[in-house]
Design a protein around this ligand. Structure first.
Ligand code: GUN
Ligand code: FE
Length: 376
């Protein structure tokens, strides 16, 4: 099957995956996330964690990942280097934040953030990496001044760069954004007026976007990364993915490690279907997401969201070969083929029950990247 695409994952947060999810978003950021990301100033810590996260995502069938790193330029460049060495297709952003009232230590000045973003961009853009691209990454509106948003939007526009951020994830977050940006009519406007919504932008969550805001997303060609595990784990909310699709907004899936606790897009597929079933149980006219639709979101949808659907996402002639070799009857795997079933049923069972034991090999652009070659 085509390789899976994680449109939103925080590489440094792999350090505390599966822990610390008792708090809602803003407290979780202040108490767990910022203190952990802060230590990535140490590139040896970064090397250890980034090696693990690239290996583990690849092992689980993520052929393309769109990563947030930290505010540290050198560690972010290191992540690019590691992804490139392992052969993963990756979009990687040095995180920008010039405002952090909840954990002041972990922030930059506006000038630093812009200067370091340029240094980071140059280092990746002029590198030998073929399938690793830089992404302009204002963390979210709360952690950026208007000046920083404007400068980053301008820089992305001049260099025609990919952009990623978070939007409308939780009610408390939205309230804070509207307080910090009183001259803007809604959250979408904060990014849109600063040139950050383009057809190369992917925004994580979007649980509370109104139809008017979705309309702007559609007009700008901006994508949503649907992160259902994180949305539930941090009690943020639910994205009505059917409504986003009906508005013809591009949608991909994201693990949002470590707001989400699973590195595997198979888990994200399951949580996306379950989220849509929860919405159905409160509103019966709702059309539940089918497993085929969720599969599409994890593959072609992700490539559309990252504007690489001309290169990857399915097996159309002319695209690069990003693929998983599935063994539906692997020894000690979570399911076995006790009776003959159709290919569609094999796929369905893999999506619902499978794990990395059923993934025999992973290819990116025709190169076999799992099993890992020795000494990696
Ligand atoms: N909003 C701003 N930063 C983050 C983050 O690291 N994770 C999540 N889930 N939301 C955010
Ligand atoms: Fe996130």
């Amino acid at each position: 099957m085509p390789g899976m695409i994680d449109t939103h994952i925080h590489a440094p947060q792999y350090m505390f995956i599966g822990t610390g999810m008792e708090r809602p978003l803003l407290e979780w950021l202040a108490c767990t996330t910022f203190p952990t990301e802060d230590i990535f100033l140490d590139v040896e810590i970064a090397r250890n964690i980034y090696n693990a996260v690239v290996r583990r995502t690849l092992r689980n069938g993520t052929t393309t990942a769109c990563y947030f790193a930290t505010i540290h330029t050198d560690a972010s460049i290191l992540l690019a280097d590691i992804a490139s060495q392992y052969g993963q297709r990756a979009f990687i952003g040095k995180v920008c934040m010039d405002r952090n009232d909840t954990y002041e230590k972990y922030s930059e000045t506006t000038e630093e953030s812009i200067r370091e973003t340029e240094r980071y961009y140059k280092s990746i853009a002029y590198s030998i990496y073929k399938r690793v691209k830089p992404v302009i990454t204002p963390r979210f509106a709360i952690s950026c001044s208007e000046k920083l948003l404007k400068e980053l939007g301008k820089f992305a526009d001049e260099q025609d760069l990919h952009i990623q951020s978070h939007i409308s994830e939780s009610p408390a977050e939205i309230k804070e954004v509207l307080k910090l940006f009183p001259d803007y009519k809604n959250y979408t406007e904060v990014y849109n007026r600063n040139k950050l919504l383009t057809n190369k932008t992917v925004m994580a969550h979007g649980c509370y976007l109104t139809n008017k805001e979705l309309h702007v997303f559609r007009e700008r060609g901006t994508a949503i990364s649907h992160c259902p595990n994180s949305n539930i784990s941090l009690c943020s909310g639910h994205l009505d993915v059917r409504n986003a699709l009906n508005h013809k907004v591009k949608v991909g899936l994201g693990t949002d490690i470590a707001g989400g606790y699973s590195i595997s897009l198979l888990d994200t597929i399951r949580k996306a279907i379950e989220t849509s079933k929860i919405l159905y149980m409160t509103e019966n006219s709702y059309h539940v997401l089918t497993y085929k639709e969720a599969f599409r979101l994890a593959t072609l949808g992700g490539s559309e969201a990252l504007s690489i659907d001309h290169i990857t996402g399915n097996f159309e002639v002319g695209k690069e070969f990003d693929a998983l070799l599935i063994n539906p009857d692997a020894k000690d795997s979570p399911f076995e083929l006790l009776s003959p079933i159709s290919t569609e049923e094999v796929l369905q069972r893999f999506l619902y029950l499978g794990d990395d034991r059923n993934i025999k090999a992973v290819y990116v652009a025709g190169r076999c990247v799992v099993p890992f070659i020795s000494n990696n």
